[in-house]
Design a binder for this molecule. Structure first.
Ligand code: A2P
Length: 317
């Protein structure tokens, strides 16, 4: 399996299993199947509300000898309601208990958005906390303390613009080592990739297949689909592979980690096999032309008349 390296030499399997939208009823079997098929990287988050089921599959696979903990990469995230420094470690400890492990390989701030303690999804004014009142730099210090305590090996962020990464790098003792962002041919994120490369920050691509199983409330009526894009279909036909494999091979060719979600045994295996696919310059040029700066997950669900957040401020665009 292709892997990418951190500056301390730790290696991260480049293709992992996404678990957002995997229901608690299906995710345990999916993770078990994935580990049996050879996945060694699982991307999790408490807001996916399925970490206990992921943890059961992980514990079982370790117990039966399918995988050793040291050969498995586990990522999880800090939800928006736990940005207050004193809440970071308890939130991490809950995730560790749910995932049945005593450390995470990677712990990420999920969004540059803060909610009041205990609020799962903020709607009312008093349920939001503006970043000016709870700066990311304060949350980050508590993330750094989790590294010092031996509870996590690496720390990073998700959904951070270049401006927010720059600000964080200036204040950080441990600089962020990962930025997990939406990334696919309709949102190629070239400036973010360049900045991250220059600053030794790895990038993970989420929603690489266009995240077609998002809740209807998160979808726009006229949104484009990736899996039936004619260029993607042409490249797939040329190589005798599936459109999903084209999208995943493209992400890996750009040196980004990629975390497709599936709960289907056949598609899980198909996605993992994409790590063996090599696209050529002609394919890469054709796909490069598909960029349209389109976000499937645009953060608008954190905005509205009662919120201090706006889409423009989240992305600094
Ligand atoms: P399923 O879980 O039933 O396989 P993303 O990773 O961008 O969030 O996309 C996840 C969506 O893509 C899910 O609906 C998932 O369905 C579907 N999916 C995963 N792998 C494939 C594949 N190889 N071909 C087509 N659809 C896929």
């Amino acid at each position: 399996m292709l892997s990418f390296s951190f500056s301390n030499g730790d290696t991260l399997p480049a293709l992992g299993l996404g678990t957002w939208k995997s229901s608690p009823g299906t995710v345990q079997a999916a993770v078990a199947e994935a580990l049996a098929a050879g996945y060694r990287h699982i991307d999790c988050a408490p807001i996916y509300q399925n970490e206990p089921e992921v943890g059961r599959a992980v514990a079982e696979a370790i117990g039966t000898g399918t995988v050793a903990r040291g050969d498995l990469w586990l990522t999880s995230k800090l939800w928006n309601n736990a940005h207050a420094p004193e809440r970071v470690r308890p939130a991490l400890e809950q995730t560790l208990a749910d995932l049945r492990t005593d450390y995470l390989d990677l712990f990420l701030i999920h969004w540059p958005v803060a909610f009041a303690p205990g609020v799962l999804f903020a709607r009312k004014k008093e349920e939001f906390i503006p970043l000016a009142d709870l700066p990311i730099a304060e949350t980050w210090k508590a993330m750094e303390a989790c590294v010092a305590a031996g509870l996590v090996r690496h720390i990073g962020v998700c959904n951070f613009s270049v401006a927010k990464l720059e600000a964080l790098c200036r204040r950080a003792t441990i600089r962020p080592e990962m930025n997990q962002v939406e990334l696919h041919p309709y949102l190629q994120q070239r400036a973010t990739l360049d900045f991250c490369k220059q600053n030794n920050i790895l990038v993970t691509a989420f929603s690489p297949l266009g995240s077609g199983d998002r809740p209807a409330a998160m979808k726009k009526a006229d949104e484009p689909t990736l899996l039936d894009n004619p260029v993607i279909l042409q490249v797939a036909a040329r190589h005798g592979i599936t459109p999903a494999q084209v999208l995943l091979a493209w992400a890996l060719a750009r040196q980004t980690v990629v975390i497709p979600k599936s709960v289907n045994p056949e598609r899980l295996r198909q996605n993992l096999a994409a790590a063996e696919v090599r696209l050529d310059d002609r394919d890469m040029a054709a796909i490069a032309a598909l960029d349209r700066g389109y976000r499937f997950v645009d953060g608008s669900f954190f905005t509205g008349p009662q919120s201090p957040y706006t889409v423009a401020a989240i992305w600094d665009e």
